[in-house]
Design a protein around this ligand. Structure first.
Ligand SMILES: Nc1ncnc2c1ncn2[C@@H]1O[C@H](COP(=O)(O)OP(=O)(O)OP(=O)(O)O)[C@@H](O)[C@H]1O
Length: 287
């Protein structure tokens, strides 16, 4: 007897196609001027309020920086936006849809992904293997488990397409020559490129980068920045947390400053540089 709730061959093929295998560099489909809207986000851990009513919007096709002194709530905000943590109150809207409280893979499946450090177990796999696993990790296992024997051929076809796309992305990031290297043997900078390549493979509209330049040598940093700018020009939207202030000021067109879990101010790098409240927040926050 057939189960009417089971996904059909077409459902599976379409889902795989939408979620994991969209055309690389085929343009970004965002129609919203501000694809990410964060409204009144609040999160406490015991007696500590890490995020205290933060509200901001990120404009499509921009490289927006999220800065703030140590403990300002940047990482917690990232975790709330990407579903790693659930907010106590407040909402996260992505491309016009309320995504508050969704699981990370559900959010990734809607086009907003963050980079992840390569986990220890993945260090024992090659760059190529890491890439082949990326969509599965980002969009969720259930999609792949839902594949029934009747659609095996289509899955094989999809995997071939995925492999083709993997090589395209590896080539874009200039890491195709190390495809068969173990991820654990890569330099800090090469790992960062791989992390971004993995995120890009899911064909997102928006990427959230947490300290993408930490431990990266100046040559690779320059390369990584060039890739980010190139993708931004293609229409991708970036939200970036980075401690290196010069890097933020020289590369982001918009900067949001968090302080004590709230948005202290936002504006162009020039606005932020000359803002007295920002200077005071940083001096008081021992950065
Ligand atoms: N899981 C947790 N349990 C308890 N307190 C936490 C937790 N996560 C964050 N905090 C606290 O919340 C506050 C904000 O932390 P968060 O890491 O979000 O700030 P940050 O701006 O990313 O800081 P940094 O620049 O130092 O990385 C800090 O006081 C931190 O100690």
């Amino acid at each position: 007897m057939s189960d009417s709730s089971a996904p059909s061959v077409d459902d599976v093929a379409n889902k795989v196609d939408e979620g994991a295998l969209g055309a690389f560099a085929g343009g970004v489909e965002t129609t919203e001027q501000f694809p990410l809207k964060v409204d009144g986000l609040r999160k406490s851990f015991g007696g500590i309020t890490a995020v205290d009513g933060a509200s901001f919007e990120v404009e499509a096709g921009t490289l927006t920086g999220l800065i703030g002194p140590n403990g300002a709530g940047k990482s917690t905000t990232f975790n709330l936006i990407t579903g790693m943590l659930k907010p106590d109150t407040g909402t996260v809207t992505f491309n016009g849809e309320d995504v508050t409280g969704l699981e990370p893979h559900q959010i990734a499946n809607r086009g907003m992904v963050r980079t992840f450090q390569i986990a220890r177990e993945l260090s024992e796999m090659t760059v190529l293997e890491n890439m082949m696993l990326a969509p599965k990790a980002q969009i969720g296992e259930e999609l792949w488990r839902s594949v029934v024997p009747g659609v095996r051929n289509e899955v094989r076809e999809q995997e071939e397409e995925l492999l083709e796309r993997v090589w395209e992305v590896l080539d874009f990031f200039d890491i195709d020559h190390i495809a068969h290297e173990y991820a654990g043997n890569l330099s800090g900078g090469q790992r960062k490129l791989l992390e971004m390549a993995r995120a890009l493979l899911t064909d997102p509209d928006m990427l959230l980068l947490d300290e993408p330049f930490a431990g990266v040598n100046p040559t690779l940093e320059k390369k990584l920045l060039e890739h980010i700018h190139e993708l931004r020009e293609q229409g991708y939207t970036f939200l970036l947390v980075e401690h290196d202030m010069d890097l933020i000021m020289n590369n982001c067109e918009h900067v949001i400053v968090l302080h004590q879990g709230k948005v202290l101010t936002e504006g162009t790098p020039d606005d932020i540089r000359s803002n007295e409240d920002v200077i005071e927040a940083y001096l008081g926050g021992n950065v």
